[in-house]
Design a protein around this ligand. Structure first.
Ligand code: COA
Ligand code: HC5
Length: 628
């Protein structure tokens, strides 16, 4: 992995308890912060992980299962196997810059054979724009491209402001992975290529309209980026030379199961023209999808419909063929004013993508139209594909699968408008922990039990850090949700339990972002066992381990300045994906589930979350009044 120095940094001057992933820009004191100075990800102590693992199991497995697992854990800890694997991990940590990141990227993404669309690629919906035709669409797309190119300057000159979390500088490497990169399918494992590092970094983007891909050079011969006017003219040329709507949706191949796509890919690139076209897409800085309008829905349904469109494109007859799902960054601009993006997750987490969006949105608001010299620009080149009968068959199969995925994905966006971060903050509660407890309460009310629950925690305090998990279903959370369901309990007692559960969640968050959570450590121990060719330790073959890994609630907080909605699919067939963006006065929450699972329903869960949040606020208010 490449090591890039991020030269300039904006340092926060005022100590903030937990400043999250946002550079504090009002104090422009610059200083040198180098990636090299970041600490290495530690390997947590074995005993600590064993104890925390058992504590995490308590609310989600039966008493008998827990007792059985306790014996296995003792055997693992004291029988020699655990210590040996731990030593192996510590050795790996000494020899590598980050003992986890390569393993994590492989096991979470590159080895995963499920389609990237819906299963791993998140979507982001930007606020609805008020254009309604192709001119508005192209003007918006032109400005957006100019904004991303402006952002790219900071990457090229290594002048991105360093982000901070709990006053510690974060690893900025992910920013260098999101442009000019693409995932490539492989027979067993995929790879990600990044072209920004070579001698001749790309100067083009790909634009796709009516399923047809175009190579668009976005720089003038003097190296300056094309202006908004120039980009608009180029997009217009693209639009006018892709009016036919009966083209084969070649891009839909990228939505397939990875093995299927891997085989189809090898077949596709046997042809020289196809290979060159695919390479042009891989190398491009990013992709812009100029989408056809989607069926109109009520204002109430609109956010959910657009979130689904970002995740899958709406199906083969709509915009699913207007994508190259392997591409790291694809901006989506619909003729009907919808806009957002879908991104391939392997190279980076959500926060760098959202930081880019916030930057681009601000850029677009500020941009003055600059008159461009009317020098004629070359015609954007159409990327040609020769479609053999075999490729045609692969496309047909991909279309069918995509339609199944589209029908299976249940998306419900809850624009929770009653309150936002300010309410829990006023009560001295962490807003993130408050939302997590609302999710726990909603789940408990629907299913009368606690489930294995995942919240993403950033490991970017460490060099090349990605994520670990905060397990939100703690014993304290269970006690709180049980009390909420018990009419015999006093509000003051419920509040005390909420405060305790929030405090525990906060401690778990602190542990996770400081590299002391359990999930990645357990993964590391397991993979170390595989690498050592020892037989698999029993703790990993245990039912409790399977239960713990089966995250019925897969959640993530991604905050942004722009009022956007972030979304992703569930982790398991009978689970929910919940991505929330807490703003000061409201919270955007996107919930996904699978229709093929009878037990789950995104709209019902959304309703339960809304009620849980309202009941929790009522609890705060009620007890506050009682105190007066
Ligand atoms: N009283 C008053 N205010 C409090 C508080 C309390 N007890 N606890 C926290 N706050 C404040 C914080 O200071 C912060 O203030 P700000 O809005 O001015 O920044 C705000 O409330 C938010 O803090 P909190 O809700 O506790 O959560 P967080 O923002 O620290 O986020 C995580 C927690 C886990 C989301 C964060 O650590 C993280 O890891 N983020 C990255 C997640 C990620 O990568 N997701 C995508 C994966 S692809
Ligand atoms: C634009 C927001 C994207 C958020 C994506 C996200 O949170 O991905 C998680 C990454 C991680 O390693 O925890 C995985 N998750 C979707 C399964 C929560």
């Amino acid at each position: 992995m490449l090591c890039l120095c991020v030269r300039a940094a904006l340092r926060p001057g005022i100590a903030q308890p937990c400043r999250i992933l946002r550079p504090v820009t009002q104090i422009p004191e610059r200083s040198l912060v180098h990636q090299g100075g970041l600490p290495k990800l530690p390997v947590p102590p074995l005993k600590q992980t064993c104890e925390r693992y058992l504590a995490a199991l308590e609310p989600i497995v039966s008493k008998e299962e827990l007792e059985h697992t306790e014996r296995l854990v003792q055997e693992f800890l004291h029988g020699g196997v655990g210590q040996r694997l731990q030593k192996g991990l510590e050795r790996r940590a000494r020899k590598t810059e980050n003992w986890l990141t390569e393993w994590w990227t492989q096991s979470a993404y590159l080895d995963c054979r499920m389609p990237v669309a819906v299963y791993t690629s998140p979507g982001v919906v930007l606020p609805r724009m008020n254009f309604q035709d192709q001119h508005g669409q192209m003007r918006f797309a032109a400005k957006l491209i100019a904004g991303v190119l402006d952002f790219k300057k900071m990457i090229d000159t290594e002048t991105l402001p360093v982000e901070y979390l709990s006053e510690k500088p974060l690893c900025m490497d992910q920013y260098y992975q999101i442009l000019s990169s693409c995932r490539i399918p492989g027979p067993k494992r995929d790879t990600v290529v990044n072209y920004n590092t070579g001698q001749t970094p790309p100067t083009h983007i790909t634009v796709v309209h009516n399923f047809q891909f175009f190579f668009l050079d976005v720089y003038n011969s003097d190296g300056s980026p094309l202006t908004v006017d120039q980009l608009y003219m180029q997009l217009e040329k693209i639009w006018n030379s892709s009016l036919q709507t009966n083209k084969e949706p070649i891009g839909i191949l990228t939505s397939q199961h990875r093995n299927t796509w891997g085989k189809a890919y090898n077949n596709l690139i046997k042809d020289k023209t196809n290979k060159e076209s695919v390479r042009a897409i891989h190398k491009s800085i990013f992709t812009v999808c100029l989408d056809a309008p989607m069926p109109r829905v009520s204002d109430e349904m609109y956010p959910s419909r657009v979130a689904a469109q970002m995740l899958h494109g709406g199906g083969a007859r709509w915009n699913s063929g207007n994508r190259w799902f392997d591409k790291t960054l694809q901006f989506i601009v619909g003729e009907d004013g919808t806009c957002g993006l879908v991104y391939e997750h392997a190279p980076a987490e959500g926060p760098p993508i959202v930081f880019l969006i916030d930057y681009v949105v601000k850029y677009m608001q500020q941009t003055q139209v600059i008159r461009s010299p009317m020098v004629p620009l070359p015609m954007p080149q159409k990327l040609r594909f020769n479609i053999t009968p075999e490729i045609k068959r692969d496309i047909e199969k991909a279309k069918q699968n995509m339609n199944i995925m589209v029908h299976d994905l249940d998306v419900h966006v809850l624009m929770f408008s009653h309150f936002g971060k300010k309410v829990p903050k006023k009560q001295k509660l962490s807003p993130d922990a408050f939302v997590q407890m609302a999710l726990q309460l909603a789940y408990f009310r629907m299913y009368n039990l606690c489930c294995s629950s995942y919240e993403s925690a950033s490991l970017r305090m460490f060099k090349y850090g990605r994520t670990d998990a905060i397990r939100s279903s703690t014993v304290d959370a269970l006690e709180f949700v049980q009390a909420m369901q018990d009419p015999a309990r006093e509000n003051s007692e419920k509040l005390a339990l909420l405060q305790k559960a929030v405090q525990t969640h906060k401690e778990n968050t602190y542990n996770a972002i400081h590299g002391q959570a359990i999930d990645r450590h357990l993964l590391g121990l397991k993979l170390q066992g595989i690498e050592d060719l020892t037989s698999m330790p029993e703790i990993f073959m245990d039912t409790s381990y399977a239960v713990a890994q089966h995250f019925n609630l897969s959640t993530s907080q991604v905050g942004s300045k722009t009022d956007c909605v972030m979304c992703f699919g569930p982790m398991v067939p009978d689970g929910y994906g919940v991505c929330y963006n807490p703003m000061d006065e409201h919270i955007n929450i996107a919930i996904t589930a699978f229709n093929s699972c009878e037990e789950t329903n995104a709209a019902n869960f959304a309703r339960a979350v809304e009620e849980a949040l309202l009941d929790m606020r009522a609890l705060l208010e009620d007890t506050a009044t009682a105190r007066q």
